[in-house]
Design a protein around this ligand. Structure first.
Ligand code: ATP
Length: 309
């Protein structure tokens, strides 16, 4: 059996804060196979960075374990199997792009890799530009190049496109996409649904320190593309509908209308119109954004993680 790239078991992490302890990660179990491209998607404060820090060995879990290619993360980093592009982290403004790559490669004993990573990160045209003159997107590509120096099997990116404009984001992901074809495992955190949707094979949605959904982008999309049927219903009809559609989820009443979520909205609407006294039947479609809001807000009404008193 192949060793997973990442295996997180029962991971928890609590931080002290002025308002009391904050449980940033609240029991995460996750297995990521070699070669997968996985998006960690979640609102602000969901626990993505805290989880990534533990994956990288930058912080220690309060409980649970982290394995990276079967070893602890610090060993995996030391062996060059895992590398990261973090949100923060200094680049020196007065060096050029090429100088930066050469200096870091020198400290790694990876001088032979300089040309390869400059090309991979599409930095050739800006190799002589000073870091201070590079756009946010170019600086992230430079960090990406540095992370590629050990030719890692797994690359972890924490919100790599935060603060970039649309054009820079697009160009950054084009670079990533080209690189990912080499079979590298990629794990990235993002707030942006469209990035997760465009680039990942699998989306792990995180809210309030927990995984609230985990599936192929197609399956999350399918969940998302479910439709809501709403109608004015009397209580007896509602009972009958529940009995006929046991897979019904998310039944709520607002303004005298019942809103019913089901994978087969056509069958439900047909049933309402032909077998019940339902009035004013409407079908509303959902998009990925709706699923994201629904899945993450079930677990956190606000974007604030659970506080432990
Ligand atoms: N070092 C720390 N000390 C205190 N609280 C922390 C610390 N690091 C994280 N937290 C808190 O833990 C929670 C989870 O933070 P984390 O950065 O992991 O979330 P995130 O999903 O990465 O959010 P964002 O998308 O905003 O980066 C937040 O409430 C954050 O304020």
């Amino acid at each position: 059996m192949n060793t997973p790239a990442i295996e997180l078991s029962g991971l928890t992490k609590t931080f002290a804060s002025s308002t009391g302890p904050v449980r940033a990660v609240n029991g995460i179990d996750l297995r990521i196979g070699a070669g997968e491209i996985v998006a960690f998607l979640g609102p602000n404060g969901a626990g993505k960075t805290s989880t990534i820090d533990m994956m990288l060995g930058l912080s220690t879990p309060d409980s649970g374990s982290v394995r990276v290619f079967g070893t602890d993360p610090v060993t995996a980093a030391g062996n060059g199997r895992i590398a990261a592009v973090m949100q923060t982290g200094g680049l020196l403004p007065d060096f050029t792009v090429a100088e930066t790559v050469r200096i870091v490669a020198g400290t790694f004993g990876a001088a032979a890799a300089v040309d390869r990573v400059v090309e991979r990160a599409r930095l050739t045209d800006i190799a002589d530009r000073k870091v201070s003159k590079c756009s946010g997107g170019e600086q992230q590509r430079l960090k990406f190049a540095l992370a590629l120096l050990p030719d890692p099997d797994l690359i972890v990116l924490d919100e790599p496109t935060a603060g970039m404009d649309v054009e820079s984001r697009r160009s950054f992901w084009a670079t990533m996409r080209a690189d990912a074809q080499s079979g590298r495992t990629v794990v990235f955190a993002t707030h942006y649904l469209e990035e997760a949707d465009d680039f990942a094979d699998r989306i792990v949605m995180v809210a309030k320190g927990q995984i609230v959904a985990d599936g192929s982008t197609a399956s999350i999309r399918a969940q998302a593309s479910g439709r809501t049927v709403s109608a004015i219903l009397n209580p007896n009809d509602l009972e009958m509908v529940r009995a006929t559609f046991p897979e019904l989820t998310d039944v709520s009443e607002r303004g005298g209308r019942h809103h019913l979520h089901t994978p087969d909205s056509d069958a439900l609407a047909r049933h309402l119109l032909t077998a019940t006294g339902a009035r004013e039947v409407e079908i509303t479609s959902h998009n990925l954004e709706d699923a994201f809001v629904a899945l993450t807000s079930e677990h956190s009404q606000t974007a604030t993680p659970e506080r432990i008193s």
